[in-house]
Design a protein around this ligand. Structure first.
Ligand SMILES: [Zn+2]
Length: 926
């Protein structure tokens, strides 16, 4: 501990907090907050920091509001990522070693052990806990676990038994993202690049060429009727390969892909692209067509050769045009086959010409393609001679016909070009057999989720549509893997449950994690969890009394109140966990709310560990201090907005905290009898408490920092300015500053804990009562008078700045009674358009003529510019301006160093006097 009488150090405070945030059930109202747990495979950066600090601010706020708050943390270590990392380190991959040695600063002896994947997760989970504690995150660490702990695996086995019995797990063959190097399907967490990639299902249309077939991949099989030619890339070397015994001409990349998609592929010979150009091919649905050269054909996209429908595909139209502009293939004309409202016979030509595209290399080609594609899919119809069906029906029926009669098969391909596994290798689509799937496509299951979603509190409200959309499009999810860390599927132990599938209801596990750790894993049979989580009793339960106590604890904490996570998890984890909750838990244990965060930027660019664009959280804490990091992360943007870490802005946050500390310490020396300014300060303070509380109740951390720090600091600045010379401030300042420390305690708990001790506060500030606004201390009239005075001071300052003359005398002219009457009439008028007529109906005003109509206009403008709170306050009570300024004339003279006179504008002789308005006196500087 620090020597007596010296301020507490952060280390002292961490010791005081050591077990302070361990939460057990009691008679208080509970709040259970949870954050998506981290995957500890690298050091935490400031972006991660906000994910845990923002909920911590809320947890600390709720604790001070008298709630029993549970905020637990665990570590997600399931899956292949750490295995990939350990493999890369084992084989001496310089990029991986540089990342861990230089960026994450893993000591050499520890790094040497990283060839064991568990050594990686052990190292980083300890480091995460250490850094989170250092940031003052108030976690109940007794509940920490990892997803490979034996009791957790038992819990997952129970969950999966349950899911299977409810029919939510099926077996089948499905296309999945797959890394041949790792021999494993890969999820988002396993990717270095291409997380958003979707798998598309193409139809291969087989054109005959000599004794072989040329498959072309299309998402629009119905357009086969309009094919005028094929496209090959003359710069590419294709191969002739036996695919399931039939000779095909495809790109080399395609041959490799087809082998992963249930085909037996044997390469026989190379076929230069040039040798295909000008050959003739045929298909029963379009007859004979030539093969033409085109640069846009990508050998790494599906089969590497495409069919050309220039009437309806902008790329095909433009590539044909490019050739024809060189005088080649001028005999080929587009063949129209679809009618669509808003377009003529050749929509592709219209889209290209409307956009002014003059080459197939124009980047806007994608946009034109999407435009035609969407229009034709939504409203297009095939011409009568091709059957007349709507496009959306013809697409499936033509594909079925070609599959049945003309040898077509599906081919799967990503919608994104570059997808890289964490091991560094490329990712492919593979058809997996005997794969287990969670049936997220099940409409009944979706309906349950949608219905519960409607009852949840989602913050910010805009994310609701994104959740609804995700529930709508989710397809069956490949939930098992061959390789990795994790829990084995209980009924098919060759498979492991993959990471996104074993982390869906662990929020329930947290409620009992510290108890479950004490059970030998073999006692944790499914019946135990049936009892603990669902209350289903069965004979022969072990440790009956202990289980009953645990059941009560679960029911006390569950459901969780809010789950926090970054927005990139909406499309998977955050939605998955709802599916699992509705499948397993009764209604009264379903999640109550979610808060979705924005992303972190570093100097304006997206933070990314793999690209090295990160600032480590620990470095930030060392350089700026934990409180500065916290206040910046939650105060510079609302949680759902993106924040941008810039060292200069962070440094200014540090100075704010330093100013706060000095102001609070100065309050200890305040010794004067409290006066009007102390009453004003207290009155204002009640409003700040009220608004900071409201903001935190809505998770608006930035707004709360504005109220709890900036606004109060500004008030104190004015207060100090208004004190008579030599005054140290009223003795009530000390209580006010105590309350200020309370307001900032959730944001800057170290500083607050330190100051609380110095002010003689009882116990830890972390558990002190959050201040309540006291209505009896609010003095609206006093606040409005000071508002007028400070506005007038600002006006004088800006005039002085403009005239750049040393003044000798300042005169304030206050508005006469009749203008005050106009001001009130305008301020209270419901209809600002008719207020002029209303006022001018009065005889006295009519007599004043233009002077009165001008005053109405000026008052309207003035009221319009006032903050609504000030305007409505003025409606209640107009200050006696002459009395106010006379009383403050001493202060004003001191401020400006010249005599200040106050006169009624009506009796004033100066020409400017007539411009005086209520709440805006005329100012004359001589
Ligand atoms: Zn891999």
């Amino acid at each position: 501990m620090s020597p007596p009488n010296s301020p507490l150090s952060d280390q002292d405070i961490l010791l005081l907090w050591d077990h302070a945030f361990e939460a057990d059930p009691d008679e208080r109202d509970k709040r259970y907050l949870t954050v998506a747990y981290p995957y500890p495979s690298g050091a935490m950066h400031v972006g991660h920091g906000r994910t845990y600090i923002a909920p911590d601010v809320i947890a600390r706020f709720l604790r001070m509001r008298g709630k029993n708050v549970l905020y637990p943390m665990a570590f997600h270590v399931t899956g292949a990522p750490v295995i990939g990392i350990s493999k890369r380190i084992a084989r001496g991959d310089t990029k991986a070693i540089a990342l861990y040695r230089d960026l994450y600063r893993v000591p050499p002896d520890v790094l040497a052990r990283f060839t064991d994947p568990l050594a990686i997760v052990r190292h980083f989970s300890d480091e995460y806990q250490r850094v989170m504690r250092g940031c003052g995150i108030s976690i109940d660490w007794r509940r920490r676990f990892t997803t490979v702990d034996p009791p957790y695996s038992k819990f997952i086995e129970w969950q999966w038994k349950h899911l299977r019995e409810a029919g939510h797990v099926t077996k089948g063959a499905h296309p999945v993202r797959y890394c041949p190097q790792c021999e494993n399907p890969v999820g988002d967490h396993d990717l270095l690049e291409g997380e958003k990639a979707e798998i598309l299902r193409f139809t291969l249309v087989l054109f005959r060429w000599q004794d072989a077939f040329i498959p072309t991949a299309t998402l629009r099989p119905e357009t086969v009727f309009g094919v005028t030619n094929l496209w090959v890339n003359p710069g590419v070397t294709y191969v002739r390969a036996l695919v399931d015994g039939v000779p095909w001409i495809v790109s080399q990349e395609a041959a490799r892909k087809l082998a992963l998609q249930d085909h037996v592929v044997e390469i026989e010979a190379e076929v230069p692209g040039t040798s295909l150009v000008d050959e003739v091919v045929s298909h029963p649905l379009c007859g004979e067509v030539p093969v033409l050269p085109a640069r846009f054909v990508d050998p790494d996209m599906a089969s590497g050769i495409v069919m050309s429908v220039p009437a309806h595909a902008p790329f095909d139209f433009r590539a044909l045009r490019d050739l024809q502009e060189e005088g080649r293939y001028t005999g080929i004309s587009p063949v129209s086959l679809i009618t669509v409202p808003g377009y003529g016979a050749f929509p592709a030509q219209e889209a290209v010409e409307k956009a002014g595209i003059t080459s197939q290399d124009d980047p806007r080609m994608e946009e034109a393609t999407l435009e035609v594609y969407s229009a034709e899919f939504a409203k297009g119809r095939l011409l009568e001679k091709f059957g007349g069906a709507p496009v959306r029906e013809a697409r499936d029926s033509v594909a079925a016909l070609m599959t049945e009669r003309f040898g077509s098969v599906p081919m799967y391909e990503f919608d994104t070009r570059i997808i890289v596994c964490r091991c560094g290798g490329p990712v492919f689509v593979k058809i997996l057999h005997d794969q287990w799937f969670l049936t997220y496509s099940d409409p009944a299951w979706k309906a349950q989720v949608t219905s519960h979603l409607g009852e949840m509190d989602l913050v910010p409200p805009e994310v609701r549509t994104e959740f609804e959309r995700t529930v709508g499009w989710l397809k069956d999810w490949a939930c098992t893997r061959r390789v990795g860390l994790g829990t084995r599927l209980p009924w098919d132990p060759d498979w492991l449950i993959e990471p996104l599938s074993d982390s869906t209801i662990y929020m329930a596990y947290y409620t009992l994690a510290h108890h479950l750790r004490e059970f030998p894993a073999e006692l944790l049979v499914p019946d135990v969890f049936e009892y603990l989580f669902l209350g289903k009793d069965s004979p022969d339960l072990p440790k009956r009394a202990k289980l009953e106590e645990m059941r009560r604890e679960f029911l006390y904490w569950y459901p969780y109140d809010f789950r926090f996570s970054a927005k990139d998890l909406i499309s998977n984890h955050l939605t998955f966990q709802l599916f699992h909750h509705v499948a397993i838990f009764p209604r009264d244990c379903l999640p109550k709310g979610m808060v979705v965060f924005g992303m972190g930027l570093l100097n304006g660019a997206k933070m990314s560990s793999s690209k090295g664009n990160v600032f480590l959280l620990e470095d930030a804490v060392r350089e700026f201090g934990a409180d500065t990091v916290r206040m910046f992360l939650v105060g510079s943007a609302e949680p759902w907005q993106d924040f941008d870490w810039r060292n200069d802005l962070v440094a200014s946050t540090r100075r704010q905290i330093e100013r706060f500390s000095s102001l609070v310490r100065e309050s200890l020396h305040a010794g004067d009898e409290p006066g009007a300014m102390d009453r004003w300060l207290e009155s204002r303070f009640q409003g700040h408490i009220d608004r900071a509380t409201l903001a935190l109740e809505r998770f608006q951390t930035r707004q709360a920092v504005q109220e709890a720090f900036s606004s109060i600091e500004a008030d104190l600045k004015w207060y100090r300015r208004r004190l008579p010379p030599g005054s140290t401030g009223g003795t009530s300042l000390r209580d006010l500053c105590s309350a200020w420390v309370l307001l900032l305690a959730p944001f800057i708990p170290f500083t607050a804990e330190r100051l609380w001790r110095e002010l003689g506060g009882e116990g830890l500030v972390s558990f002190a009562a959050w201040p309540d606004p006291a209505e009896e201390r609010v003095d609206a009239a006093l606040e409005i008078s000071e508002e007028l005075l400070s506005r007038t001071v600002e006006d004088i300052e800006s005039i002085l700045k403009i005239i750049k003359l040393a003044p000798t005398r300042i005169t304030l002219f206050t508005a006469p009674g009749w203008k005050r009457a106009i001001f009130s009439a305008v301020a209270s008028a419901e209809n600002k358009n008719t207020v002029m007529k209303e006022i001018m109906r009065e005889e006295e005003m009519r007599k004043r003529g233009k002077e009165a109509t001008d005053a109405v206009r000026q008052c309207t403008t003035l009221i319009h510019r006032l903050p609504p709170a000030v305007a409505s306050s003025l409606l209640q009570e107009m200050p006696d301006e002459t009395a106010l300024f006379r009383e403050a004339s001493g202060f004003l003279s001191r401020e400006f160093g010249v005599p200040v006179a106050v006169e009624d504008a009506e009796s004033g002789t100066h020409p400017r006097a007539s411009s005086a308005l209520p709440f805006k006196p005329a100012i004359v500087i001589e």
